[in-house]
Design a protein around this ligand. Sequence first.
Ligand code: DGI
Ligand code: FE
Ligand code: FE
Ligand code: FE
Length: 188
Amino acid sequence: MKIEQIKDKLKEILDEKRYLHSLGTMEYAVKLAERFGEDVQKAMIAGLVHDVAKCLDKQQLLNCALKSGIVIDNIMRSQIELLHGPAGSYLARQLFGIEDVDILNAIAYHTTGRENMSKLEKIIYVADLIEPSRQFEHVDRLREKSFEDLEKAVVMAMDNTLKYVIECGGLIHPNTIYARNWLILRES
Ligand code: DGI
Ligand code: FE
Ligand code: FE
Ligand code: FE
């Protein structure tokens, strides 16, 4: 499916704010792909589609996530926010015919990250957090860091998310811990 067709469909599925967030994530995914030598077309599609499941209700989320082929553990079941990545990878195939495994994984793991993340997965993880409509403390610093050192930026973004989840009293998904440890060990 062509980008313009995907956009038209997404506009129907998502609310306006989420649609604009998706365009912003696409924009930054493209910039990061250019900066770090990733396939720009793939980054464009993954960025645009990453939150396709964001506006589903709880039952739909679980149904789609279970059909994604990704193991849905108890933490994901209990923190339903965590289901929209896996559910999104299922919908990306169903609605848009996306079969590229790297794109599907970038969508599936965009909320938690995971050990051995691909370059595209890192790009989508970061682009999601630095897109123009995002506002949190130090977002400017993270934006700058993203273009200097992609892996350090992923760690910074994870630290930020972990603090936020802890403040909310939420469960931490182990994939984020594995990803962060893996990235820090690689640095040294
Ligand atoms: O979908 P977006 O809002 O664009 O962003 P996202 O998919 O990165 O994250 C959505 C939410 O998921 C965000 O509020 C933080 C939360 N989150 C990320 N990692 C974890 C988490 N929530 C829990 N409970 N556990 C996590 O490990
Ligand atoms: Fe998301
Ligand atoms: Fe994210
Ligand atoms: Fe997002």
